[in-house]
Design a protein around this ligand. Sequence first.
Ligand code: C2E
Ligand code: MG
Ligand code: MG
Ligand code: MG
Length: 282
Amino acid sequence: FAAAGSSKAWAFYDASIDPHRPERLSLMGELREAITQGHLELYYQPKLTLATRHLEGVEALVRWNHPQRGLISPDVFIAMAEDTGNIQHLTRWVLGAAVTQASRWHEQGLNLSMAVNLSAHDLSDVDLPRYLADLTDLHRLPHALLTLEITERAVIGEFESALRVLQQLGEHGFQIAIDDFGVGQSSLSYLHRLPVDELKIDQSFVKHLIDDVDDRVIVRSIVELSHNLGYKVTAEGVEDEGTLHYLSSIACDHAQGFFVARPMQARALHDFVATQIDSSDV
Ligand code: C2E
Ligand code: MG
Ligand code: MG
Ligand code: MG
């Protein structure tokens, strides 16, 4: 009976989601090394202001340059880092790199905002607001140039403690954006309690809006909702010109997506900015 019982238990065992599975354990050990050995790299995806077609800023997106496996997507290792207690280390590396780059651009006279993604666990880190204030002051980066992106999912779990961390971040003058808006267990009732500055419409509503009237209704409604609540609104996943035009026509504030630009290395951003200036001069 004992044997039958245990084999039944094993039938429910799903290797793919077990953080203690050997392959994942070794990858996590490697992640800790990757951080210290400089194998992580930030890519920056431009964000456009639709009314002027000017570059408003960038979003930092982390990449893992694995010596054997090649480039690993954050969708793979962020969740792992969360499950295995490595996310704080990762987040602080990302914040350090992003703030350093942002302050460099700021010194060069580029007035770009820098957005960084936080994970759910980061919002239970009560030292984060102080840490970020010290970090940005050290690099002389105006706080208003740093945006912290959080998902709805990140807030819902431990609402009261997440709220306190967000309020302190807001009091320091950092911007708060709700990422992937519309796909979480959305409860609008909590939104107005958070110090939100921006909603980012999830790309699933944006990608096909040219061919899908329902998506257009959803996107238009989110733009209106955002403005009524006093938030800026960004559409993610803009992949063609028609979508960009539609978003302009409904007074969406900002756009991000492969049509505007793919995430790029820091040095490539200078060329992107140069082409922007050229095209607005003619
Ligand atoms: P996100 O914050 O919603 O970032 C947008 C993702 O969509 C990025 O994928 C970006 O490359 C991709 N994307 C942008 N425009 C388009 C488009 O037009 N079409 C399509 N198909 N995709 C587009 P990426 O870089 O793989 O990042 C995936 C997710 O991983 C991010 O979603 C974010 O939630 C998370 N992530 C990335 N970097 C970090 C980080 O430093 N810390 C944390 N905690 N999470 C991060
Ligand atoms: Mg984001
Ligand atoms: Mg998103
Ligand atoms: Mg996401």
